[in-house]
Design a protein around this ligand. Structure first.
Ligand code: IPE
Ligand code: IPE
Ligand code: MG
Length: 271
């Protein structure tokens, strides 16, 4: 049914009021899993006539802040894209500096993560990393393994296509060994076998830096995620910017294929 301009206007005003009335810290409006592409470090540095690496270093400060904010707000999982499988294509000097930054950041931050009850997991093909980094990752994961607060996932040398192909390969070898029937490989089964398959799916995806693309991030896992893009460069993305993203998220109606009316009915039934 079509609506008159007046009723459309009222709907708009009431919608905005409802959004404004919602507290961004209310537990029901908080996504359980936030997945971020931290983009724009290089441009942040260039704007200041600094080398790109200065942007990556400034980005680490925001990582620390985002971990604190998500932990405080009761977000269960924060997944950060730190290095894509395509980032090896960058100049070797930048790649080396990034590896060095991972190592020093892990060494410096693990104790604080542990103290704040954060559990760390790194996903991606880590065998390509310098041995020292691999050892550091293993030690940090082991130290924080029993923590019960925020689960911090760092996607490093990660690619969504790698994730899907790697899962297919693992399941195929189980089939070849007679341990798994091909018919058992349903979407649900496959979804539990990809990276993060044991965690709630991402509710909110954030990409900073202005690009509106997925860049081979969590291809399987983002199937029903709300996608939020902002021009803010990662080193400028602080607590207020995060709140804005969560406010936007809380105004979305997640239908998962149903109609809006069906979703409203369920809400009324729950209330
Ligand atoms: C994201 O920032 C960080 C990594 C990919 C490691 P960029 O380095 O891509 O920054 P821009 O996009 O060049 O500004
Ligand atoms: C995506 O950013 C990867 C990370 C933030 C780690 P990129 O800057 O590498 O993505 P593209 O190349 O612009 O798509
Ligand atoms: Mg970039």
């Amino acid at each position: 049914m079509s609506q008159s301009p007046t009723s459309l206007y009222l709907t708009e005003v009431m919608g905005l009021k409802r959004i404004a009335a919602m507290s961004v810290t209310a537990p029901e409006s908080m996504p359980r899993h936030v997945a971020i592409i931290m983009d724009g470090n290089g441009r942040w540095a260039s704007k200041r006539h600094l080398p790109r690496f200065a942007g990556h270093r400034a980005g680490v400060t925001r990582v620390r802040e985002m971990v604190r904010v998500c932990n405080q707000r009761g977000v269960q999982v924060l997944t950060l894209f730190a290095f894509s499988s395509e980032n090896w294509r960058r100049p070797s000097q930048e790649v080396d500096l990034l590896m060095g930054l991972f190592i020093s950041t892990l060494r410096r931050e693990t104790r604080d993560l542990h103290r704040n009850n954060v559990k760390l997991r790194v996903v991606g093909e880590r065998s390509a990393f310098p041995v020292r980094l691999q050892e550091q990752i293993q030690a940090a994961e082991a130290q924080t393994a029993n923590n019960t607060g925020l689960q911090l996932v760092v996607a490093a040398n990660y690619g969504g296509r790698w994730d899907v192909a790697d899962t297919a390969r693992r399941l195929a070898s189980q089939v070849a060994a007679g341990e798994l029937l091909p018919e058992a490989i349903t979407a649900e089964y496959f979804g539990r076998a990809v990276c993060l398959g044991d965690l709630p799916e991402p509710d909110l995806f954030i990409r900073t830096g202005g690009e509106q693309r997925i860049s081979n991030y969590l291809l399987w896992q983002l199937a029903y995620t709300e996608l939020y893009f902002t021009d803010t460069l990662w080193p400028d993305f602080g607590e207020a910017a995060f709140d804005e993203a969560v406010l936007w998220f809380s105004s979305r109606q997640r239908r998962f294929g149903r109609t809006g009316e069906q979703v409203d009915e369920v809400r009324v039934g729950e209330g």
